[in-house]
Each structure stands twice: as structure tokens, then as C-alpha cells.
Design a protein around this ligand. Sequence first.
Ligand SMILES: [Zn+2]
Ligand SMILES: [Zn+2]
Length: 262
Amino acid sequence: MRFEVTILGNGSASPVVGRYQTAHVLNVREQFFLVDCGEGTQERLMRAGVSPLQIRAVFVSHIHGDHVYGLLPLVSSMGFMGRKSPLPIFGPAGVGRLIDFFVNDFGQPVDFPLEFTAVDTSNGGLVYENKSMEVHSVPLRHRVPTTGYVFREKQDGVGTVPRSYAFLSDTTASGRAALLAKGVDLMYHEATFSDADRHLAARTGHSTALGAAKIALKAEAGKLIIGHFSARYKDVSVLEAEARTVFEQSYIAEQGRVFSLR
Ligand SMILES: [Zn+2]
Ligand SMILES: [Zn+2]
């Protein structure tokens, strides 16, 4: 049964031709979860062959546009497509205010419930659970309240090894986040800048590729995906090379790439 992450976008705030903003889909045993929803996400979903109607829940890291600008058009499309089932959405409180604005001021935009749950961005905790997985929040350090998420499969039977995935974006490198994501099989950590531009990372509340790799190492992650690249890097393979000096199993979040866990 599948446990895989499909990268939809790997960009940050400034637009770059061909580079979409942060979003990806997590497939846990044919249950689809959308993680962040930058501009253009619904087009990326179409390319990935995932229908908006398949999305069970949406997890948003923070209110910055490159993580939420795609949410309202996607939710509108779900309405056009006849969605009736509620859509759970998780994120910091500001995301709830965006949804309230949409529901209250857009003239009955959709006729299915948007069930928002505010995530505590100061303390980690369980935010979602179903019979096959649970999702815990991870407080991050950024310019606005921000949360990461750790998705852990539940044990179901003798001999099976539960798989896990952590999403940590946007943030300065955080030892606490590494601790909360300890032992995950797959970690997505933002790597907006290279080490040469670390002063920019420090100023903007972001990480470098080197910093992301150090967190993956500290967390003893199995594999690292780096993404959320600054528009200043036309060739992001330099960031991959930089991460690999510390954590060999580092990979670029190439758009459309699927990372599968066995
Ligand atoms: Zn961002
Ligand atoms: Zn941000």
C-alpha cells in the first residue's frame, strides 16, 4: 500500500517561470492529503492526476501567500465539481480568518462545509487522526505563526513497519523541530538559500540547504527533500550538492517527482 509524496511546487514567494509555489500531495494508502497550497496548485494537481474531490484534508503551514494563494480557487473548484463532504483544513489561526472571509463575503461560494481547526503554533500536538495515520504539529520559527506537520502511519499488524513523513517549511533551522520529527523516514525541509546567502536566511526567517541538512542529520531522517527555493537560484542543483556535504540522502523537490516509501 502506497505512502508517497508528490511534489506540486517548489518555489517561494517571488515568481519564476515554470516554478510553482509550495504544495504537495501525500498519499497514505490511497487517502490523499494536500500539504500547503501555493498559487497554481489546482493546475499542478491536474498534472499529477489527482482530482480535487480526492483530497480528504488540507494542512497549511502558515498564512504567507506562497503557501495559501491557491486555496480559495481550489476550494471553489471542489464546489463546481459537486463536492458535498466536509473539507477539514488545518493551519494557524490566520488561515481560519481567510476561510471565514471567503465563506462570509463571497456570496455562498460553496455548499459544503469547510471545517477549519486552528493549530497551536507554540506547542506540538496531535491535530488529526484516522484509523491508519496520525498527524502531529511541529512549531516552527518564521516571521508569522507557522507550523510543520509529522504524518505517521499507525501499526497495523505484526511485522509491518509504520512509515512517516515530516514537512518543515518555512523556518529557520530548529533543533526543537528536529526532535519532534525524530526518526522520520522522509523529511521535507525548506532550503530557500545557499550557505553563501545565510545572512538573507537569517533576516527572512528561512533556512539554507546546509542548515536543512543539519536538521535532517540531527533528526536521523531516512531521506531529505529540499525545496521552497529563492528565485535567485536558477540552477538549484547547487543547493542539493550543498546539502549532500552534510546529509548524503538529500534530494531536490523536483516538481512532479514522487517520493515513495516502502
Ligand atoms: Zn514561503
Ligand atoms: Zn513564509
